[in-house]
Design a protein around this ligand. Structure first.
Ligand code: NAD
Length: 346
């Protein structure tokens, strides 16, 4: 097994490293955006990117969002992320995951891995055979396991803050929520919403997941191309990024957009203004989906048991971001970015 590495110099990032091992078909990238507040903690995403350029674009955006997420959540961790180029359903092998572990080990703890889309806690156990710089492994490896339920609890708390502002009540009973992607976050979120009496509409690339939602929650299933334009109270993107763009924003029919997916805007300079002009309240993803990161930091770095009191802090943060945005006639993302930057500087 032969891991070859290449460092890239990218403005604004502390370290970006590309790793390849032809013997295990591994091709991955780690981006460390900032270690100013602590080690750069962030998940590993496995996705069939078309090429390295596309993977690099994704990992850079995701790593920067992790820095902002930690800062706005008051956590002592920095921002980083990793990607593996490949299809998690067909290309994920133990040797490939071990190569990822060796690439992480080269950074000597500057980057702390976790799970993201396409990676499970069991996969992290394999990664951890090559490096101890991994969080969110299973209990067998001493980790705190899948953080997706914590992420979903945070998304729910943020949704309630948005409902309080828009509808003057946090009650989600009878509200129609359209969930795009019922994977780990979307599924846990759907369950929390179902228990609170929300009416669910779902779409997922994997039809069996949508069917499971239909059978479990009596959810309506709609085609992938229409989920964002369902007349709903809340549209919850819980799949991948870029879903809010110049084509989809004019079609939105929900008053609130609040979901767990990272980097929901395709064009962060223009799209947040497009949503604001339509009088739609968008809750910035990295404020809302910090629950998973909170679990990893609280359990595995601070060695505390109780995570929920920390997750509940997402609610006042969302409230502060949304009310400031309304007062200053700015998109919530712009306000959140400013708050995160101020906290990083402080
Ligand atoms: P996942 O892979 O378990 O779930 C994603 C789901 O979306 C899958 O079921 C997939 O089939 C579906 N999907 C993909 N493209 C789709 C499309 N175009 N339309 C509809 N469905 C589609 O991943 P996850 O862990 O649930 O993460 C989901 C999102 O939340 C990602 O953006 C991730 O970065 C973000 N996030 C996850 C966590 C966490 O704790 N897992 C924490 C913070 C942010």
């Amino acid at each position: 097994m032969m891991l070859k590495t290449k460092h890239l110099k990218i403005k604004g990032f502390e370290t970006v490293i590309v790793g390849k091992d032809p013997s295990t078909h591994f091709h991955g990238i780690i981006a460390v955006h900032s270690t100013q507040l602590g080690p750069a903690l962030g998940g590993i995403r496995m996705w069939p990117y078309r090429n390295e350029k596309e993977a690099l674009h994704d990992v850079l955006r995701l790593a920067e969002a992790m820095s902002k997420k930690a800062a706005i959540s008051g956590l002592a961790s920095g921002g980083g992320k990793a990607v593996i180029i490949g299809n998690p359903a067909t290309d994920k092998t133990r040797p490939l995951l071990r190569s990822m572990g060796r690439l992480i080990e080269t950074l000597k703890g500057k980057y702390l891995a976790a799970k993201d889309s396409g990676i499970l806690p069991e996969d992290l156990d394999v990664v951890a055979e090559q490096t101890r710089h991994v969080t969110g492994t299973t209990g067998k490896q001493g980790g705190s396991g899948d953080p997706s339920l914590s992420t979903a609890k945070g998304v729910l708390a943020g949704m309630q803050a948005a409902c309080q502002l828009v509808h003057k009540t946090q009650d989600l009973h009878g509200r129609v929520v359209a969930i795009q992607g019922v994977g780990q976050v979307g599924w846990n979120l759907g369950h929390l919403l179902f228990k609170r009496g929300a009416k669910l509409v779902v779409a997922d690339l994997r039809p069996e997941r949508a069917t499971r939602a239909q059978q479990t929650w009596k959810a309506s299933v709609v085609p992938l191309s229409t989920i964002h334009r369902i007349p709903a109270d809340i549209f919850a993107p819980c799949a991948l990024g870029g879903v809010l763009n110049s084509k989809t924003i004019p079609q939105l029919r929900a008053g609130i957009v609040a979901g767990g997916a990272n980097n929901q805007f395709l064009d962060e300079a223009r799209d947040p203004y497009r949503v604001m002009k339509r009088d739609i309240v968008h809750v910035p993803d990295y404020v809302l989906n910090a629950g998973g990161l909170i679990q990893l930091v609280v359990r595995e770095m601070l060695h505390q048991r109780r995570v929920v009191p920390w997750i509940k802090k997402i609610q006042p943060t969302v409230h502060e971001v949304l009310t400031t945005a309304l007062r200053e006639h700015l998109p919530p993302l712009i306000v959140a970015n400013r708050m995160a930057l101020e906290r990083m500087r402080a």
